[in-house]
Write a protein that binds this ligand. Structure first.
Ligand code: NAI
Length: 312
C-alpha cells in the first residue's frame, strides 16, 4: 500500500514516469498534478490494467488534494535546459516552483519522502529543506535530490568502453552534486563525459533528458518503496549529510569538508535515509575532482539557501 504523488506529471519526465509507476505493482495510488494537460495524461494512464488508482489534479487549488495522504512525492515540475544552458540557468524559474511545492508538502504531507528532480538539484534541494525547516517539519532523512540518472549513465558509459560487462549490473558510485563538474563518477577508468549536455544538444531545443530520467526516477521510487516494505536497498541520491552524521564522516574526509549536502550512496530504510554508505577509497584524480565539485557545490547550496532567506 504505497501512495505516490507526481508534481509536474504532464511534462517530458512526468508522463513516462507516471507510466512506469502505473506499472509498479507496489504502488496502490498515483496522484498526478500539473498546471496543464494532466487530466488527459491521467485518463490515458488510468486505463492500464494494473491495480493502482490514478487521479488527476489540475492547477494550484487542487495541489492539497494531490498531496493529502501520500507516502512519496516526486517532483519533476519546472523548465528543462536548452542547448548552451547550464542547470544553474534554470534557477530563476525553478527555485520559485520548488519553493511553492515544498510549502504545500509541509502543509499536506509533512512526513512524506520527497524526491526532487527539478534542476538545479544542487540548489533546489536546499530550497526545499529551508522551506521545511521554516515550517518545523524538516527531516533530513526524508528529502532527496534524485541523482539516479548520473549512476545509470555512468554504468552505461562504462559499458561503451568495456562491451563485455553487463551495464544493468554495474553500479558506479557517483558523488558530489548534480551539474557539470560537481558530478564525480568514482571510476578512474571512465572517460569524462557530460551525459546531460549530450542529450540537450541532440534534442536541439526540444528539452533535456526525459525518458532515461523517467527510468531513473522510477528506479529511485521503486527503491524507496522496496525499503518501506523492508528490503535492504542502496540508491544514490543528493542528501543532507546531517541525515547520517556518522556515515558522513567518511564522505567529508574524501573532500566534502563541511558541505551540508552531497550526492552519496544511501542505504534506504522505512524512514528514508538509514545510512550513508562509506566510499572505500578514491584515486588522487578522483580526490581532485571532488575538490573541484565541492567548491562549485558550496556556491549552488548557498544560492538556494539565500533564495529562501530573501523571500522571508
Ligand atoms: P517539461 O517542461 O517537459 O515538464 C515540466 C512540467 O512541469 C510541465 O508539464 C509543466 O507544466 C510543469 N510545471 C511547471 N511549473 C509547475 C508548477 N508550479 N507546478 C506543477 N507543475 C509545474 O520538463 P522536463 O523535461 O520534464 O524536466 C523537468 C525538470 O527536470 C527540469 O527542471 C529538468 O532540468 C529536470 N531534470 C532533472 C534531471 C535529474 O537528473 N535530476 C534530469 C533531467 C531533467
Amino acid at each position: 500500500m504505497v501512495s505516490v504523488a507526481i508534481l509536474g506529471a504532464a511534462g517530458g519526465i512526468g508522463q513516462p514516469l507516471s507510466l512506469l509507476l502505473k506499472m509498479n505493482p507496489h504502488v496502490t495510488r498515483l496522484n498526478l498534478y500539473d498546471l496543464v494537460n494532466v487530466p488527459g495524461v491521467a485518463a490515458d494512464i488510468s486505463h492500464i490494467n494494473t491495480n493502482s488508482t490514478v487521479s488527476s489534479h489540475l492547477d494550484k487549488q487542487n495541489l492539497g488534494a494531490a498531496l493529502t495522504g501520500v507516502d512519496i512525492v516526486i517532483i519533476p515540475a519546472g523548465v528543462p535546459r536548452k542547448p548552451g544552458m547550464t542547470r544553474d540557468d534554470l534557477f530563476n524559474i525553478n527555485a520559485g516552483i520548488v519553493r511553492t511545492l515544498a510549502e504545500a508538502i509541509a502543509d499536506y504531507c509533512p512526513t512524506a519522502i520527497v524526491g526532487v528532480i527539478s534542476n538545479p538539484v544542487n540548489s533546489t534541494v536546499p530550497i526545499a529543506a529551508e522551506v521545511l525547516k521554516a515550517r518545523g517539519v524538516y527531516n533530513p532523512k526524508r528529502l532527496f535530490g534524485v541523482t539516479s540518472l548520473d549512476v545509470v549513465r555512468a554504468s552505461r558509459f562504462v559499458r561503451d568502453i568495456r562491451p563485455t560487462v553487463d551495464a544493468s549490473a554495474l553500479r558506479i558510485p557517483v558523488v558530489g552534486g548534480h551539474s557539470g563538474t560537481t558530478i564525480v563518477p568514482l571510476l578512474s577508468l571512465a572517460e569524462p563525459r557530460f551525459g546531460g549536455d549530450e542529450v540537450v544538444q541532440a534534442k536541439a531545443g526540444a528539452g533535456s533528458a526525459t525518458l532515461s530520467m523517467a527510468y531513473a526516477a522510477a528506479r529511485f521510487t521503486d527503491s524507496v518503496i522496496r525499503a518501506i516494505n523492508g528490503e535492504d536497498v542502496v540508491e544514490p541520491a543528493f542528501v543532507s549529510l546531517d541525515a547520517d552524521p556518522h556515515g558522513a564522516e567518511n564522505i567529508r574526509a574524501l573532500g566534502a569538508g563541511s558541505l551540508e549536502y552531497f550526492a552519496v550512496p544511501v542505504q534506504l530504510g522505512k524512514e528514508g535515509v538509514q545510512r550513508i554508505v562509506p566510499v572505500p577509497s578514491v584515486t588522487p584524480f578522483e580526490r581532485k575532482a571532488i575538490g573541484v565539485a565541492s567548491a562549485e557545490l558550496q556556491k549552488n547550496i548557498s544560492k538556494g539557501v539565500s533564495f529562501t532567506q530573501k523571500a522571508k
